[in-house]
Design a protein around this ligand. Sequence first.
Ligand code: CTP
Length: 419
Amino acid sequence: MMNDVDDLSSTTPGASSGNVDPCAELRGKRILLGVTGGIAAYKAAELTRLLLKSGARVQVVMTGAAMRFVTPVTFQALSGEPVCTDLWDAGVGNNMAHINLSRDADAILVAPASADFLAKAAHGLADDLLSTLVLARECPLLAAPAMNRQMWENPATQRNAQSLRADGVELLGPACGEQACGESGAGRMLEAQEILEALIAFFQPKVLAKKKLLITAGPTFEAIDPVRGITNLSSGKMGYALARAASEAGAEVTLVSGPTALAAPPGVLRIDVVSAAQMYEEVMRRAQDSEIFIAVAAVADYRPAHPASEKLKKDEREGVPPLIELQLNPDILAEVAALPRPPFCVGFAAESRNLAEYAARKREAKKIPLIVGNLIQDGLGGENNALTLFDAAGAHPLPPGPKIALARALVAHIAKLLS
Ligand code: CTP
């Protein structure tokens, strides 16, 4: 019996407002924002604002070239802190600004990162404040390259980017698209919001490090004829958010996806399928090698028993509506849970009513340790959701919030149950 209700809002970081906090991992973090010379320097002003709004503390350091594009006053006004620009600033007590600044930071984020900055950082050059404190750092370094496409593609820059990655530096982007110089290609800096999201992802605790995780998402499509079929309104957003959250938490994620318009999250291997039968095949091929299986897909319970190979014609039927004979699809989750050495199985129950009762019943029927319930009116197709987790200890409602924030809370709960 499930009568123990444990409200995770009391343990979900930053959830005191009653909502899951999408920026929990940034609150109180000290970010040293390095701004180098490039037209994208103006986007760093917006990034400063977003970082502060997310609860981070921001110390801006600008290079001489950056100050030709934007003035330090802009960043001082936004961050509320004096901007550091000079390696030889006599105002700093022991004249060791580079050591003090890099020791005070939880992460150094350089955005925009010019080709010159990447080259210096890759080779350990230290001839201005930013390059010197980067060399002296003990904290992680993230950089968002921004430059003309030819400069980015130049083998020298590619070599530098490669060395930086090998040294553990996290490169964010660059994106492809129109450039300030009028050309088009790879080299644009990511948008401020994308950089913020990458930073939040970077700070996620690695609670599923190296775990092999298999996940299904999206709807399935069951063909009636070559152009028609039975499907449902699942957008795939919750499943994709979970794949992303699991990958951020360090898991090796394989996502078996029904038809959706979504892009695979970075680092996630996506296998595209159409029907429940194909999803079943792809899942069963990998399930035994997986440590965690999360079934988020809205799998059609039935499929047409005899799909037509040619398009059905209405005039051939003389106005008589066709009867479509249906046949049961395999229950993928139940079959995985019944394997001799099953992965840790998590199911979803999307219901329109009686959530607790139906979810508990499904958990027992499918013999799985954890089921995630939601009311379809709270989440279908949208960016937000409200979830309740049902496990052996009882029901745990998560505060409502963006799907990615809920996905991170669910990943934390799975990690807790696994440990
Ligand atoms: N599921 C599955 N394979 C199916 C049907 C469902 O893997 N053929 C999984 C879903 O991904 C979800 C869970 O089982 O994690 C519950 O799915 P749902 O369709 O809500 O449950 P059903 O058992 O089909 O019950 P009903 O349709 O009656 O609500």
